[in-house]
Design a protein around this ligand. Structure first.
Ligand code: FAD
Length: 502
């Protein structure tokens, strides 16, 4: 067991056992235990490590890019396919429009539209439902700070600004079925979905139609540069991946390992930190009506903004519960266990679950028969590992350090990967293919930024890494937030200058 402030320790490998996510209740028979070839190939052009939204999107980008024709591609996954955060999350795809600057907002909108088109072009049965995203702020200070951030967005980028409305009128807030928050924001572009079904559709298609070699239950334990004078390097191979089933040599490695990244890339130990989150699927009260929006609840029950709970509702005809599960996560108010620097998702914090089972009855007008009920029935409670970035921005690009040429990374979405992972996976592939074609990676990165295909703040650069060394560790940031202290950094929905008003 790790102790407080031990975040210099690198992450462990994904645990063999994990808590049971609702999203895995209808697994892909084709992918369970899938190994496209019985044996691991010995030499590969590109190895993708990880089979969540990032790994699947990287593989899809390779499959769709002429420049990648002829490259052999293997995906290695420690567990079953899509058994990490993507198979355990809140099922919410909501671009953050006013929290992290207009370039991030525009990029997240692009991700949203890219996912939406892929789903509709392929008619993917993943319960995609476009609906407004409602974020309620439960203290006046938080509501004021959110309204200010929205105003700033509207000044900086009026076009994107049109997508968000601030609502402070009590009656209008009640119409959204929110019980008594002083302010809400309503974002027009958001959706709920069954993320496992989206990603496993992509993976099945890639294996069946595009020659992807997927190897599940194959953890990569270590990456080592090959001896520069060996015969293998003469063939263009650069690294050995040690796995539970023996070694393989690769020319390029794409790490799509999110919260577990530092196990293979120890230099990322303080930059992307594993954090355990909790989710529940709850049965709504009998005869309740379906919610018209997805919901985020910031600062509910006590005013601390780290209390950031999130909710989407499944379709009403979804079996086995025809009333539509309430997929509700967060639960920091009730937590009894440490969450930061924790990478074991076989463990569930029942304190958080207890809070989640009760809280919705107070936060929302769920309708239906609620009299005499003080908690909702819970069908599943599970945990998942987020990759929390020390500066809240994802990391996309080449792994730093000597001997790392050909190792690429996309991850660290800080609990917000659905409107990021698809195009971050594509961006890292664009960089890799440009390098294959003999182009300088710096120039390609600049091009990606200029064309809006990657925010500058996501690039892995020496300067960014140096800057991050001067920040509080993720663990210290969390402790300060929990204690409601000043000097908070990059708090979701709040900018530093607003902290003093809390
Ligand atoms: C509880 C919870 C709720 C969330 N809710 C939302 C939400 O509502 N909306 C949203 O946008 N985001 C949400 N997120 C965040 C989102 O799920 C992630 O940002 C996103 O899924 C990350 O995708 P990924 O593909 O990069 O990583 P993952 O989906 O975590 O995939 C990484 C994969 O790599 C594999 N792996 C790791 N190391 C190795 C290794 N050494 N060898 C082989 N395989 C390895 C893992 O087993 C895993 O399958 C939530 C996260 C959690 C945990």
């Amino acid at each position: 067991m790790k102790t407080l402030f031990e975040c210099e320790n690198m992450a462990s490998l994904p645990t063999e056992k994990s808590s049971a996510s609702f999203w895995h209740s209808e697994p892909s028979e084709f992918l369970l235990g899938h190994r496209t070839t019985a044996a691991l190939p010995k030499e590969v052009d590109v190895v993708i490590v990880g089979s969540g939204i990032t790994g699947a999107s990287a593989a899809r980008s390779l499959a769709e890019d002429e420049a990648a024709k002829g490259l052999s591609i293997v995906m290695l996954e420690a567990r079953e396919a899509c058994w990490g955060a993507t198979g355990r999350n809140g099922g919410h795809c909501q671009p953050l429009l006013f929290e992290r600057g207009p370039d991030v907002a525009a990029f997240e909108l692009r991700n949203y539209h890219a996912i939406k088109s892929y789903i509709s072009d392929n008619d993917i049965p993943c319960e995609w439902r476009a609906l407004p995203g409602c974020r309620s702020f439960w203290t006046k200070a938080l509501a004021k700070a959110a309204a200010k951030n929205v105003r700033e967005l509207q000044n900086a980028d009026p076009e994107i600004g049109k997508e968000v409305k601030v609502i402070e009128n009590e009656d209008e807030i009640r119409k959204l079925r929110v019980n008594g928050a002083p302010g809400v924001t309503l974002t027009a572009v958001a959706a709920s979905l069954w993320p496992y079904k989206l990603v496993t559709f992509m993976l099945e298609k890639l294996v069946k139609e595009h020659g992807l070699n997927l190897q599940t239950k194959t953890p990569v334990t270590k990456i080592e540069p090959l001896n520069p004078n060996s015969d293998d390097t003469a063939k263009g191979l650069r690294h050995t991946l040690h796995t539970s089933r023996g070694p393989l040599h690769a020319r390029h490695i794409i790490l799509a390992t999110n919260g577990y990244t530092s196990h293979l890339l120890p230099s990322f130990t303080t930059l992307i930190v594993p954090e355990r989150g909790v989710m529940t699927s709850l049965l709504p009260p009998a005869n309740s009506t379906r919610l018209a929006a997805s919901h985020g609840f910031v600062g509910a029950n006590g005013g601390n903004p780290i209390h950031d709970d999130y909710l989407v509702q499944r379709p009403f005809n979804g079996m086995p519960n025809p009333r539509g599960h309430l997929m509700f996560g967060g639960g920091n108010v009730g937590k009894t266990m440490k969450t930061v620097d924790e990478d074991d998702d076989s463990v569930v914090d029942w304190g958080s679950v207890g809070y989640l089972k009760k809280a919705l009855l107070g936060l929302l007008d769920l309708g239906g028969e609620t009299e005499g009920i003080d908690e909702l029935e819970c069908t599943h409670a599970w945990s998942g590992i987020l990759g929390t970035s020390i500066d809240q921005h994802p990391w996309v690009g080449t792994a730093p350090g000597e001997g790392m040429e050909g190792v690429w990374l996309a991850g660290g979405y800080s609990g917000h990967g659905m409107p990021n992972g698809a195009l971050c996976g594509k961006a890292v592939v664009d960089m890799m293919l440009a390098q294959e074609a003999g182009l300088p990676v710096d120039a390609v990165q600049e091009q990606l930024v200029k064309s809006g295909n990657l925010p500058r703040s996501y690039l892995i650069t020496k300067e960014r890494i140096e800057r991050c060394k001067r920040l509080d560790s993720v663990e210290v940031q969390d402790v300060k937030r929990l204690e409601g202290l000043k000097h908070l950094t990059a708090l979701p929905g709040l900018k530093q200058q607003d902290d003093a008003k809390l």
